[in-house]
Write a protein that binds this ligand. Structure first.
Ligand code: FES
Ligand SMILES: [Fe+2]
Length: 458
């Protein structure tokens, strides 16, 4: 029986499983990913605001493929394979050391023999075209098109001409995250690097809360909330994570913000906000930090944790509103169900909130199973016109280049990649409750790859 015949059912995810290591370390598996995975799924390839004007373009590389994304009209974004149909030269080069190519061009001129293409991918000029005796007419010298849609402010591409619509692929992510209006957020910072691990190892450093107490011990003094992970939607293609907390609190927010477990919640809230702002620069904003620092002046000693949380968020909401920054109103029950972060198959994580978000993605670096292109980006709501121009910054996988907390996460990645090759390692055994998103990722990967299916541990 092949791996895939034996794959887990979505209902099996509560059981302990072991994941074969081939998905992480096998060169054959990595080579097969291009054809069976990356060319079959919707992939987040950039932000809509990266192409503000007609004529703007950017490139997106994944594995051995490279995609050219254009804005031929104010309300249109298109995508093409970034390859010249004449002799196969990559059409737009990515400048050395850059995350991607970008700029504004009404025509793309191939550097080899000068074939030209417009923003719609149409061939507009072939030197000595008559020599082809008409064979290049009727669009056969145009760029090969790639499916392109938008959601959440991101541009999504799919190389499979027969793929399902983006919204069908993403559900229930769109229903759950639309109320957070992620499309209105803008980048505060974004960094990328080439890391010494498989892309799955990088993604799996962030899709669970089980590692927090050991990898980030500084957070333990603010309480230890138990985190869950669930497969989502009918197919269970995507997952999300969140926290179990006492029922009288806004479950996920209070746990993520770690309000209410210790001493004086006015003080610990401020401490944790300042620690997070300085050492992670994620999951909070200057407005939230400032409002947290005022709690001890605005509330009497002994104020219960739930009230501290509500006062803090209410005053921060008002502070932002005074600057014209309006947080969306999301039903508390919906916030609870949405958890703290979504793992969109196969390689994009959104850690959402009403005023900021933290996103990760990782994808292969060529065909090398031991390397990946890792990206981290923080977005928030800004007053109109005050959005920073935050471009992609290349950073080594160090705490110095990123920040202390992410450095803690990175410190496990190369060590996991190497450890998985040990003859003594039987394969990852994710926690069936807290690390279920990892088991679910591999359950879904096996459906695409026809290999690497998790097996029940007992
Ligand atoms: S390869 Fe592009 S014009 Fe020849
Ligand atoms: Fe972490």
């Amino acid at each position: 029986m092949s791996d895939i015949d034996n794959n887990l059912h979505i209902d099996d995810l509560e059981q302990p499983v072991v994941i074969p290591t081939e998905a992480y370390i096998s060169p054959e598996y990595a080579r097969a990913e291009s054809e069976k995975l990356w060319r079959k799924v919707w992939l987040q390839a950039g932000r809509e605001e990266d192409l503000p004007e007609v004529g703007d373009f950017l490139t997106f590389d994944v594995g051995v493929d490279t995609i050219l994304i254009t804005r031929p009209a104010a309300d249109t974004i298109k995508a093409f394979h970034n390859v010249c149909p004449h002799r196969g030269r990559r059409l737009v080069d990515t400048p050395a050391g850059q995350h991607n190519a970008k700029g504004r061009r009404n025509q793309f001129i191939c550097a080899y023999h000068g074939w030209r293409f417009n923003q719609d991918g149409e061939n507009t000029h072939v030197p000595e075209k008559q020599d082809w005796q008409g064979a290049l007419d009727n669009g056969c010298a145009d760029l090969a098109s790639v499916k392109c849609e938008t959601w959440g402010g991101w541009i999504w591409i799919n190389m499979d001409p027969d793929c399902e619509p983006l919204k069908d692929f993403l559900e229930p992510v769109t229903t759950m995250l639309d109320p957070f209006q992620l499309q209105n957020m803008r980048v505060r910072w974004r960094k990328w690097g080439i890391f010494d691990c498989n892309w799955k190892v990088a993604m799996e450093a962030f899709n669970e809360t089980y590692h927090v107490q050991t990898t980030h011990p500084e957070f333990n003094r603010y309480g230890n909330f138990r985190g869950w992970a669930r497969a989502q939607g009918e197919r269970g293609l995507h997952s999300n994570i969140g926290y179990d907390t006492p029922k009288d609190m806004d479950e996920n927010q209070s746990a993520k913000l770690r309000v209410g477990t210790t001493a004086d919640p006015r003080i610990t809230t401020a401490e944790l906000q300042n620690y997070t702002w300085e050492n992670a620069n994620t999951n909070t904003t200057q407005t939230l930090v400032d409002a947290a620092n005022r709690l001890k002046d605005e509330l009497p000693e002994g104020t219960p944790a739930g009230e501290v949380l509500m006062h803090w968020l209410k005053t921060a909401r008002e502070d932002d509103a005074a600057k014209g920054v309006i947080w969306p109103e999301v039903e508390p029950a919906h916030v609870g169900k949405s958890g703290t972060a979504w793992q969109i198959f196969p390689n994009f994580q959104i850690g959402h909130a009403v005023n900021n978000m933290l996103c990760y993605s990782a994808r292969p670096y060529g065909n090398d199973p031991d390397k990946c292109i890792f990206e981290g980006a923080v977005y928030q709501l800004f007053p109109e016109g005050e959005e920073p121009k935050a471009e992609w910054e290349y950073c080594e996988a160090t705490a110095e280049a990123w920040c202390y907390v992410l450095g803690q996460d990175f410190s496990n990645m190369a060590a996991v990649q190497q450890g998985m090759k040990s003859a003594g390692f039987m394969g990852p055994r994710p926690n069936p409750y807290m690390e279920r998103a990892t088991a679910n990722l591999h359950r879904n990967l096996a459906n695409y790859m026809g290999a690497g299916a998790p097996r029940k541990l007992k």
